[in-house]
Design a protein around this ligand. Structure first.
Ligand SMILES: [Zn+2]
Length: 160
């Protein structure tokens, strides 16, 4: 049996290994260049009421509504422009990007769009993303998005 993700939540996602993928985009409001951070997991399992309901490899977490305390400190330490915020587009409160120049919220539908930093078309583009290894395992409530390149992150991305 796995322990609950937090004292009052028994559903969500667990990953034995994670990291942050740092990229950059353009603020949709003021057009300044701004850094981006995506939580990457090498593999994951999704739980509901203690049962495994799904598994996968190589994914980015979008619409992150909850992170365990250690992962939250890690993510916010490296990416202080991420803040819990409600967006009307999603109807959710999640860790969303905010422009480091004007403060405008950049929703995950924008940051993770095909025009954004997390749709590399080749290894040259993939190598521009920087990987910062996380500390140990991760527990979260989020939507995992899998793609083939996300299984090659460790081999191709710049490491810190
Ligand atoms: Zn801006």
């Amino acid at each position: 049996m796995n322990e609950p993700i937090s004292q009052d939540i028994d559903a969500g996602l667990r990953a034995p290994r994670y990291g942050l993928l740092i990229g950059k985009t353009t603020c949709h409001y003021c057009r300044a260049e701004m850094p981006t951070a995506a939580v990457w997991v090498a593999s994951f399992a999704e739980f509901e009421e203690g049962d495994v309901i799904g598994k996968g490899e190589g994914a980015l977490l979008r619409y992150i509504e909850h992170l365990d305390a250690t992962a939250a400190a890690f993510v916010l330490g490296h990416a202080p422009w991420m803040r819990l915020a409600f967006t009307r587009t999603s109807g959710q409160t999640y860790y969303a990007h905010h422009c480091t120049t004007c403060g405008a919220l950049q929703g995950d539908h924008y940051v993770f769009s095909p025009d954004g930093p997390y749709w590399p078309q080749d290894d040259v583009a993939l190598a521009r993303l920087r990987l910062i290894d996380g500390m140990g395992a991760l527990a979260a409530i989020a939507s995992p998005a899998e793609s083939g390149w996300m299984r090659r992150v460790v081999d191709v991305c710049t490491r810190e």
